[in-house]
Design a protein around this ligand. Structure first.
Ligand SMILES: [Zn+2]
Ligand SMILES: [Zn+2]
Length: 321
């Protein structure tokens, strides 16, 4: 492949169309695609997938990014937090994912997704347990807005929420459209693409709000970034010192230690990075265990502290009235 770097031609257009159709791509997935596109362009000089180098791929991304930036699109990359694969995604740089979803989903469906996100990043994301995911049982309990039921406002009638079947369908759509992924243990979490698209929105929505909360969790930011790669951590490790905000992806821990000259300690508070508690669905198990084991942290509110919080909350709502 010896095309001029930077000149946008129909091979780029073909690659962009492929990307539009699939939303995310890895280098390995791009190789056969680019080979086919190149071969179609110059049939007398067929290109094999092995012939496509990472540099060729990077050149395509570079040229495409120059071409699509006036339309507020950008191809961004991130590492998948579980598979560690580098994922490239076509990201809309001006509108967030919720705005994009609104073009194909109803207001009730979007409101449901918002409740699911609130659960992921508020209810299931506390100083004690940073689950940042939601199991399907808890998600389906959010089909109807628990706060709307007793509010009695005119909005309450208008915004009826979803039935459980509709909610189940919507969760399925979120997976199909590439926003949510479902783990083997039945937890929904955000995909790398969703994290790329929602980065700004998540910070605006959950970090600003945290500052207005009560003193106890002042300074506590809901959305935290990896000390090594600076991407959002929804799956990884947290500093063994509970109050410390330092987080690392599992695959970034070694890089961090190396950068510190081999010192296996927290880059922020210098606590030894030993038995670092998990961030992600692994924290849900811990939350349950510690609740059962210690009889539930003293005077602290237990509602919303773990993934079983949904049940607590609905009972709170009826008792509190
Ligand atoms: Zn990282
Ligand atoms: Zn620390």
């Amino acid at each position: 492949m010896d095309e001029d770097v930077g000149s946008y031609d129909h091979t780029h257009r073909a690659f962009l169309q492929a990307l539009l159709a699939r939303q995310v791509i890895t280098f390995e997935e791009a190789k056969p695609l680019l080979a086919a596109i190149q071969t179609a362009n110059t049939p007398d000089r067929p290109t094999l997938p092995e012939d496509v180098s990472h540099e060729d791929f990077d050149n395509y991304i570079y040229t495409l990014n120059s071409a699509i930036s006036p339309f507020d699109f950008e191809i961004r990359s991130t590492l998948h937090q579980t598979t560690k694969q580098k994922i490239y995604a076509l990201v809309n740089t001006t509108s967030d994912a919720l705005t994009q979803m609104a073009t194909i989903h109803t207001a009730d469906e979007i409101a449901f997704v918002k409740r699911v996100l609130d659960s992921m990043f508020e209810t299931n994301n506390t100083q004690r347990a940073e689950v940042m995911a939601i199991d399907s049982f808890q998600a389906l309990n959010l089909a109807k807005d628990p706060n709307r039921r007793e509010s009695g406002s005119t909005q309450a009638q208008q915004n009826a929420g979803l039935t459980k079947t509709e909610a189940q369908k919507m969760l399925h759509s979120m997976v199909e459209e590439g926003w949510f992924e479902l783990s083997g243990r039945g937890f929904y979490s955000l995909t790398p693409r969703a994290l790329l698209e929602l980065r700004g929105w998540l910070m605006d929505t959950y970090n600003d709000q945290a500052a207005e909360d009560d003193d106890e969790e002042e300074q506590y930011e809901k959305i935290k970034f990896c000390q090594a790669c600076k991407e959002i951590v929804t799956l990884g490790q947290r500093c063994p010192k509970t109050e410390c905000q330092a987080r690392l992806h599992g695959h970034c821990v070694r890089n961090m230690f190396r950068a510190q000259g081999g010192r296996e300690e927290c880059p922020v508070c210098k606590t030894a990075w030993v038995d670092a508690p998990p961030v992600g669905e692994g924290a849900a198990k811990n939350a349950r265990r510690s609740t059962n084991g210690t009889g539930g942290g003293g005077r602290r509110r237990t509602s919303g502290m773990n993934v079983d919080g949904a049940a607590d909350e609905s009972s709170d709502a009826s008792e509190g009235a």
